[in-house]
Design a protein around this ligand. Structure first.
Ligand SMILES: *Cc1c(COP(=O)(O)O)cnc(C)c1O
Length: 407
């Protein structure tokens, strides 16, 4: 086996890296990676002295690692510009970060409800851990947990600004970049110390595997993470690891396409909403006017680069698009649920990042979410079909609202 990674792969483009950054780990002539299901690996008989068997060999027991894990981590490390360690889920990865850094005072930004639950579990285990908001003073803070883009709104945080504040206080900046995998964002470039991904979402991309990734800048950090993963058995199963490696091959085309379609859809829905509130609107846009009148707001990073919210760092942070998750809020909870059910192409289900478009009512999971908000995860359907789906769902809402008004 050629153990040395071809240095070409470090300078290649993402789409090339995703296909070849594990080629040096291939032991057979198979072009597609083989799935490795063995939990145990034979000790070498030739190189080992009698009193000291096996400690220098690469694989011994699968709780530690497997050949497929190494391959997936090689690709993940190359594309995320760090040292990647793979876990059984995004939340397991989040727990691993807490176990590694053992923070005493956490500054926590808006974040996925599951991450908040993991932090609660950690606090139940470790006494006297304080949690403050990410906008509070970082006095005494040793870990800042930021999510960007934020689930469920798809809005972006200025990572560079948080990195400055965190580092001034001597704190570690962790960025959960689940909603913006490469090539959408590279948080180390803005100063993040640790990057977390739920690989269940875009990295896996097909709604068929649970996994998570922690990426650190230094190889030594990855060694410590792997030791805890081994002891606690926090890693992925064989099938998931293999599915992930296979899915990473198409990451770049999937994510760029999903992000571009989402941005078009956001602009389409935002223009419908705006035309509904434009007072000078006459006959030709009457249909659009009534369609958009129930939309209270559309949220997405692409809407943050213009107008009052505009921050030049955000455009820099997102050189290849803004991600494929956005939020649409309605005047009432019932309207939101009506639209979630009326959408036909968008499956009404939780999760995000898969090849099929999904709509989720986050309040059902997270009582801190607005009950009027729908989270949309855009898949690989065509923009025209998704826009048509929205039009028919909003039309159905309009018909239902008019009927109710007449009763
Ligand atoms: C889904 C998600 C997680 C949790 O990942 P799992 O793989 O479901 O454990 C963490 N953070 C964000 C932003 C997510 O969307």
């Amino acid at each position: 086996m050629v153990e040395i990674k071809n240095p070409l792969y470090d300078t290649a483009c993402l789409s090339t890296q995703a296909l070849h950054a594990d080629a040096h780990l291939q032991v057979t002539s198979d072009v597609a990676p083989a799935i490795s299901v063995s939990t145990t690996f034979e000790y070498a008989k030739t190189t080992v002295d009698a009193c000291n068997y096996g400690p220098d060999q690469r694989y011994a027991y699968s709780r530690e690692s497997t050949p497929t894990t190494t391959k997936a981590e090689s690709v993940l490390s190359t594309i995320t510009e760090g040292h990647a360690v793979l876990y059984g889920s995004g939340l397991t990865a989040s727990l691993a970060v807490l176990l590694q850094y053992k923070p005493k005072k956490i500054a926590l930004g808006e974040s996925y409800f599951g991450v908040r639950k993991v932090i609660e579990q950690y606090r139940a285990l470790v006494p006297n851990v304080q949690v403050v908001g990410s906008e509070c003073s970082y006095d005494g803070v040793d870990l800042v947990w930021l999510e960007s883009p934020v689930n469920p709104t798809g809005e972006v945080k200025d990572i560079a600004a948080y990195a400055l504040r965190a580092h001034a206080a001597g704190a570690v900046l962790v960025v959960d970049a689940t909603l913006a995998p490469p090539p959408i964002s590279y948080p180390f470039r803005q100063g993040a110390d640790v990057v977390v991904h739920s690989a269940t979402k875009y990295l896996g991309g097909h709604s068929d595997l649970l996994a998570g990734v922690v990426v650190v800048r230094a190889a030594t950090g990855a060694v410590a993470l792997r030791e805890t993963r081994y002891v606690l058995g926090l890693g992925t199963g064989s099938l998931e690891t293999w599915l992930l490696l296979r899915s990473l091959r198409t990451l770049s085309v999937r994510v760029k396409q999903q992000s571009a379609t989402a941005t078009r859809l956001v602009s389409f829905l935002e223009s419908i909403r705006r035309s509904a509130i434009a007072t000078q609107c006459h006959k030709p846009c009457e249909e659009q006017l009534s369609l958009g009148r129930h939309i209270a707001s559309v949220q997405h990073a692409s809407l943050q680069i213009n107008g009052a919210q505009c921050n030049p760092n955000i455009a820099l942070q997102h050189p290849n698009g803004f991600g494929a998750v956005f939020a649409v809020s309605f005047a009432s909870k019932c309207q939101a649920l009506f639209v979630a059910r009326a959408l036909g192409l968008h499956r009404f289900a939780t999760s995000l990042g898969g090849v099929e478009s999904l709509v989720d009512w986050r309040y059902g999971w997270d009582s801190s979410a607005q009950p009027t908000l729908l989270r949309i995860s855009v898949g690989l359907e065509s923009f025209d079909d998704l826009a048509k789906d929205w039009k028919q769902a909003l039309q159905a809402l309009e018909v239902s609202e008019r009927k109710a008004a007449k009763l």
